[in-house]
Design a protein around this ligand. Structure first.
Ligand SMILES: [Zn+2]
Length: 753
């Protein structure tokens, strides 16, 4: 067993389904696990255990339910309730909308009552026909992530409402009548642990406290239903979760801690605990469940399990296999249920085949080979027909024409290309042409590799550190500076991408370092006699002041949240004015969003995250533009270099695009390619924004000398109307290599001094 196995897996949103079955079914009497043959366990488990542990040890069946990526709420719920793995594009539709209509267990039930979050319940109520799915939801203000409220209020709210509901049924004859029928589902959506995991991280005190609340609540719910139905042995309880969670409180990807969720079933129709056999999947020791039979399922298998217990048709779009090892039904009943499951799947398969057949050009349609004889026969006839028609030759030409057109377009320019090659090799020698080309290729490959292994980026930056040593034209001061900055930059890609928790002291310390740097720079500027010194110092001092307030704000906000005092409105308004940015890879950790809003609102959060992620890029582009103005580098040529790099990388990523493996693998391979294709556009967009930010001089344009703006129509900026415009600009300047740019920069500096 690996070390990873030993970690307790955490669960995010938990779901409790209470099912009213079609008829009375045998209910397991509490007792120790039995062997499959009926013998009693000798090493009986601790019968004093409470809640779900007691259920697993003495009255029900359990296993791990394996989810698919993305491990998000919506796809998890759809798999459990409808038995299908939804198209992940549903996330883009806002989770609440159904991109395609689908059948669900709720829809098949006579009545479903559900309690929980307004983010989840409406999508199933809307998907069901008629009005037999009833929801009761709390307001979004209950979903407060700020730490002021206990996260378990989300769960106690649900438990309290269920209690109230059953109580009110006693004095409501209409409701009472409904509750005495069969095929009823009670859906309890318990969001507390997900919230606790996101806000306080799993393994925190708050998280463990919340687990206890849920465990006790589940026990109480069972008691309430049993009392209400007078222990009539017609109630089944299913406890599971839509997804898991990593140790740092996130989910969405395919880590085992995210895809492994619990499934505990007990009550009518469910078998009692069995002794573990050697073929069982091993469980971590910390779970203390190694002695009981573990029956793993795929998440979509829960839908046919619940449908069978409920005595309703399996949801039409379900792809789940009935996990028969959970049932304590007779051989006949299990066979009937499995047969129903098989027919439901076959019906779905045939419908899908029909749709594919009708919607696809017959030439491109290739049915699944392992089929019944009749379908196989049809398939064979179809293929024979295609071959006889000789249409495959047609397809061959369609595929060949496109590359031929492209190659013709390229080779038409062969004279230009040849001339360029001959001129370059004549003036500089063929070797000096091949060497940069080899470097370009190496650079492209390093960048491509860095998408898969981050440390390769360190190697690339270390390689960049070497090149000024090759050229003799570069002054030694610049060489040392370049070497030092490359070396310090090379450290960053080797650092871990996500830590377990946000490190506020580190953020504050980095802020302090920047303030010190800025103060040293102010000292340097004020001791030099540029003709615009007072204004430059003024601007810099303002920036230092803003940075200090931002650092204080981060410290104060995190300590306030840490002390459960909530988000102070003063801090929040400061965050809006100062952007509250912590420029780091942790930009993707949504916890910083709590500086702005503490309720769960995915779209506002995404917008904030995107905006914040852009700020560091924009800052770097502004600096790039400043350097560009100083050295007068031709922007278009620099962008052409970037374009060559992006196209080279795009070509490599195009070859890596796959249609095999998990959804995550396929999605990642496609997004790599798309990212590469859009990088140039993104950089152009950033550069234009930076031009706006660095060209508009508020001082001269609006306050002091509005007429001056006409004198510098293109190059208005804080930098260029003072001490830097007098750099000599040589017309014979050859900007094609970065060496020239830096050399030019040094020359300019000497001139200023
Ligand atoms: Zn979550």
């Amino acid at each position: 067993m690996t070390q990873k196995d030993d970690r307790a897996h955490t669960e995010a949103i938990q779901l409790m389904h209470v099912l009213r079955t079609i008829k009375k079914m045998e209910r397991t009497v509490d007792g120790p696990p039995k062997s499959s043959e009926g013998g009693t366990a000798t090493n009986a488990a601790n019968i004093h255990q409470e809640g779900l542990k007691r259920v697993m040890n003495s009255s029900g069946a359990w296993g791990v339910s394996h989810t698919r990526v993305p491990t998000e709420s919506r796809p998890g719920h759809v798999a459990i309730i409808a038995g299908l793995y939804e198209d992940p594009s549903a996330i883009a539709k806002g989770w609440k909308e159904n991109p395609v209509e689908f059948d669900s267990l709720f829809n098949q039930s006579r009545f479903t009552w559900s309690w929980g979050s307004p983010d989840i319940l409406p999508m199933f109520a809307r998907g069901a026909s008629g009005d037999h799915v009833l929801t009761e939801m709390y307001g979004p203000e209950v979903e407060d992530f700020s730490g002021k409220n206990k996260t378990s209020v989300l769960d106690t709210w649900v438990f309290d409402r269920v209690e109230l509901f059953l109580h009110s049924a006693k004095s409501d004859p209409v409701l009472s009548d409904k509750l005495q029928q069969d095929k009823l589902v009670f859906f309890l959506h318990l969001l507390g642990l997900d919230t606790a995991g996101h806000s306080h991280k799993p393994h925190s005190k708050e998280y463990l406290e919340n687990i206890k609340v849920v465990d006790e609540g589940v026990k109480k719910m069972e008691q309430l239903f049993e009392e209400f139905y007078n222990h009539d042995e017609r109630t089944t309880y299913i406890f599971t979760s839509d997804h898991g969670m990593t140790d740092w409180g996130s989910h969405g990807a395919g880590e085992r801690s995210e895809t492994e969720t619990p499934l505990v079933a007990w009550g009518a129709g469910i078998r009692g605990p069995l002794l573990a056999t050697e073929t069982d999947p091993p469980s971590p020791r910390s779970w203390e469940l190694a002695h009981i039979r573990r029956s793993d399922v795929k998440q979509a298998d829960i839908a046919p399990l619940m449908a069978t217990l409920l005595g309703v048709p399996i949801p039409a779009n379900s792809v789940g296999f009935l996990p028969r090892e959970y049932l304590s039904l007779s051989e006949f009943e299990v066979s009937e249920a499995v047969f129903t499951n098989a027919r439901q799947m076959a019906a779905q398969y045939n419908r899908k085949r029909e749709l594919t057949e009708s919607g696809t050009i017959s030439l491109l349609y290739w049915p699944f080979p392992q089929l019944t004889k009749s379908t196989e026969q049809t398939l064979l006839t179809e293929i024979r027909k295609h071959i006889e028609d000789g249409q495959f030759t047609h397809a061959y030409y369609v595929y060949c024409i496109l590359p031929e057109v492209l190659w013709w377009a390229v080779l038409r320019r062969h004279e230009d290309m040849y001339a360029a090659l001959r001129n370059t090799s004549k003036s500089r020698g063929l070797l000096s042409l091949l060497f940069p080309c080899a470097l370009y290729l190496a650079g492209i490959e390093i960048l491509v590799l860095s998408f898969f292994y981050r440390f390769v980026l360190s190697i690339g930056v270390a390689g960049l550190a070497v090149w000024p040593l090759v050229s003799l034209r570069i002054p030694w001061r610049l060489r040392i500076g370049w070497l030092a900055s490359c070396a310090s930059l090379a450290v960053f890609p080797s650092l871990p991408v996500v830590g377990r928790e946000a490190n506020t002291p580190l953020v504050v310390a980095s802020g302090c370092v920047w303030i010190m740097c800025a103060l040293m720079f102010i000292y340097w500027v004020s001791s030099s006699n540029f003709n615009d010194t007072p204004r430059a110092v003024g601007v810099l001092l303002l920036q230092v002041a803003l940075l200090s307030v931002a650092v204080w704000n981060i410290q104060s906000t995190s300590s306030s949240l840490g002390n459960k005092q909530g988000l102070l409105s003063f801090n929040q308004s400061l965050s809006w004015t100062l952007s509250g940015n912590i420029a780091s890879i942790n930009s993707f950790d949504p916890t910083w969003v709590h500086c702005f809003l503490t309720v769960f609102s995915p779209f506002v959060m995404t917008a904030l995250i995107l905006w914040k992620t852009m700020i560091p890029f924009l800052a770097v582009t502004c600096v790039f533009r400043a350097v560009n103005i100083v050295v007068q580098a031709p922007t278009r040529r620099l962008f052409l270099i970037v374009l060559v790099f992006c196209d080279g990388m795009g070509l490599h990523f195009l070859h890596l695009v796959t249609n095999q493996g998990s959804w995550l693998d396929i999605g990642t391979s496609i997004s790599h390619y798309v990212i590469m294709q859009t990088t140039v556009l993104f950089l152009l967009f950033l550069y234009e924004m930076a031009r706006g930010l660095t060209s508009i001089n508020i001082w001269t344009a609006f306050v002091c000398f509005p007429y001056r703006s006409s004198r510098h129509p293109s190059n208005m900026s804080l930098l260029d109307d003072g001490y830097i415009t007098n750099i000599p600009h040589s017309e014979a300047y050859n900007p094609s290599t970065v060496t020239n740019l830096l050399y030019e920069c040094e020359e300019g500096k000497e001139h200023v001094e």
